[in-house]
Design a protein around this ligand. Structure first.
Ligand SMILES: [Fe+2]
Ligand SMILES: [Fe+2]
Length: 143
């Protein structure tokens, strides 16, 4: 069974953000499966590199949206991103140098963090972007 099952409650209704969130689910499920079948640290470290890269890409995508939209919650939202990225990087380093293995605790932490973040700050950002786009369309339609 997968660690993270997609549920439409997680949708932010921003297509770009939602597709990237689903990709994060897939990468994390992949790591969980490797852990369950006892794959070695080398394979897991490789998957953690993919997770680090994709998470960085995803956060950069949202941060660009925030800057472009002059989103008022940018600072808080971006520091949440920075904290999680640090945790993932740190875990990756520990797995690579052999001082740690990925445990169920870490996987649960990742899962909980992502779900809380997707349904909180990310939904807030997507709503802001949608309202801004709607307002721009209304203004453009004004005589
Ligand atoms: Fe975010
Ligand atoms: Fe996100």
């Amino acid at each position: 069974m997968s660690l993270m099952r997609w549920n439409d409650e997680y949708l932010t209704f921003n297509q770009v953000i939602d597709e990237q969130h689903q990709r994060l689910f897939e990468i994390i499920n992949g790591i969980y499966d490797m852990m369950r079948v006892g794959r070695g640290n080398e394979s897991i470290a490789y998957a953690l590199t993919e997770l680090t890269e994709f998470t960085r890409f995803h956060f950069a995508t949202e941060e660009k949206f925030m800057l472009d939209a002059e989103f008022p919650g940018t600072d808080n939202h971006s520091s949440e991103h920075a904290r999680l990225l640090d945790e993932i990087r740190e875990l990756r380093h520990r797995v690579i140098d052999g001082s740690a293995v990925v445990t169920m605790n870490e996987m649960s932490f990742l899962k909980d963090w992502l779900l809380t973040h997707f349904t909180g700050p990310d939904k807030g950002l997507a709503t802001h972007l949608r309202r801004q786009a709607e307002a721009a369309i209304e203004n453009a339609a004004k005589p």
